[in-house]
Design a protein around this ligand. Structure first.
Ligand SMILES: C[S@@+](CC[C@H](N)C(=O)[O-])C[C@H]1O[C@@H](n2cnc3c(N)ncnc32)[C@H](O)[C@@H]1O
Length: 350
């Protein structure tokens, strides 16, 4: 079986090495963020779920040469040739890796969707039964399809999905992806370390959390307010009663370093601690540990850990040791929006 897999563009080598530990495969082609592989493993989609570097795998059934005809004709043939029943509600996604022909992936989807409708297909992007996808990469056109209801990830190209809504900062994509990937449910109170300009805090507040956002820098109060949220900045001159402030505020921004903020912060135990400070792993572990007494026993901790080189496995090992001193590490994942870093899901050790 041939697969399209979405891998980390920064840690391509580690991604492919890890995949080799999951299944035996031969590499058909790859670019930084994606690879086409042949593997006998029919369950590869499920097996990459717990991997660190591979975000998703989608089966491909046809391969065509893009050079043999008109671009859009090849794409149309690649979908039509899949043998998907015309009565089935079909959504099409196109991933154009090289974008050489001057069409955007969206243009190709629209043009091909219209042609498919002309051929009698039942195109339905709101409530699909089947997701058909076309991957255009290095002169080849790969196509495949999956049963939409059984798909864990509904988009073959995750970045397109996650860019579709307004964000306060690009970093917001990371917490959104972490929530989806780790299946986190909403609600309660959260402490967000290294919060500025406020993407994560905004995301958390929109998911129903009351948030204490900690950062020496300013949040983008205007952008946060434009999303219907009520931010409030407080200094670090005196005690901060977050529980009281939450009555009229969604995001309490404590404007100071995480250590000063911890000294002054008073609140009931929180359901979540997030940390996107982007500092050394050893300092991250110290920061997270210093807040553990403000967390509930079953709280979730989401932390990004920076890698100073592309040797991610070394940093992952270090994070397991350092964060593992006081935390139970549940998952480690390089999310599509992570740059030279990975995301850790953990909970306080009993
Ligand atoms: C990558 S940014 C965070 C982006 C944020 N998660 C968002 O979604 O907009 C890292 C932030 O960590 C903050 N930071 C670094 N060291 C810190 C410290 N010791 N205490 C508080 N904040 C710190 C920086 O000021 C910076 O704003």
């Amino acid at each position: 079986m041939r697969y399209f897999i979405h891998i980390s563009p920064i840690f391509t080598k580690s991604s492919l090495e890890e995949l080799g530990g999951i299944t035996s495969f031969s590499l058909v082609d790859n670019v930084l963020s994606a690879a086409i592989v042949d593997a006998e493993d029919e369950r590869l989609q499920d097996r990459v779920r717990d991997s660190i570097f591979t975000y998703c795998a989608f089966p491909l059934y046809l391969t065509a040469d893009l050079g043999t005809g008109s671009y859009l004709e090849v794409v149309l043939g690649a979908v039509d040739g899949l043998g998907i029943g015309k009565s089935r509600r079909l959504k099409l996604e196109c991933i154009d890796i090289n974008e050489k022909e001057g069409y955007s992936a969206k243009d190709i989807e629209v043009a091909t969707g219209e042609r498919l409708e002309g051929l009698g297909y039942n195109i339905n992007i709101k409530d699909p039964e089947v997701l058909a996808y076309v991957v255009l990469m290095n002169g080849k056109c790969y196509s495949g399809y999956s049963d939409y209801s059984k798909l864990d990830k509904k988009f073959v190209n995750p970045m397109r999905h996650y860019q579709s809504k307004k964000q306060v900062s690009r970093a917001e994509l990371k917490i959104w992806q972490a929530f989806d990937e780790f299946g986190i449910s909403a609600g309660g109170t959260a402490i967000d370390l290294g919060a500025a300009p406020g993407g994560w805090s905004t995301f958390l507040a929109k998911r129903g959390f009351k948030v204490v956002a900690i950062d020496n820098g300013d949040l983008d109060y205007k952008a946060i307010s434009a999303q219907g949220l009520r931010p409030l900045a407080v200094g670090i001159e005196k005690e901060i009663d977050a529980a009281a402030l939450f009555e009229s505020t969604d995001i309490v921004h404590v404007k100071g370093g995480f250590d000063d903020a911890k000294r002054l912060l008073r609140m009931g135990n929180a359901d979540m601690l997030t940390d996107d400070m982007n500092i050394f792993c050893s300092d991250t572990a110290i920061a997270v540990e210093s807040y553990l007494d403000l967390l509930k026993k079953d709280a979730k901790v989401i932390v990004t850990v920076k890698c100073l080189s592309k040797k991610a496995p070394n940093y992952i090992e270090r994070a397991r040791t350092m964060l593992g001193r006081r935390l139970e590490i549940e998952r480690i994942k390089v999310l599509p929006a992570n740059r030279q870093e990975f995301t850790v899901l953990a909970s306080p050790r009993a």
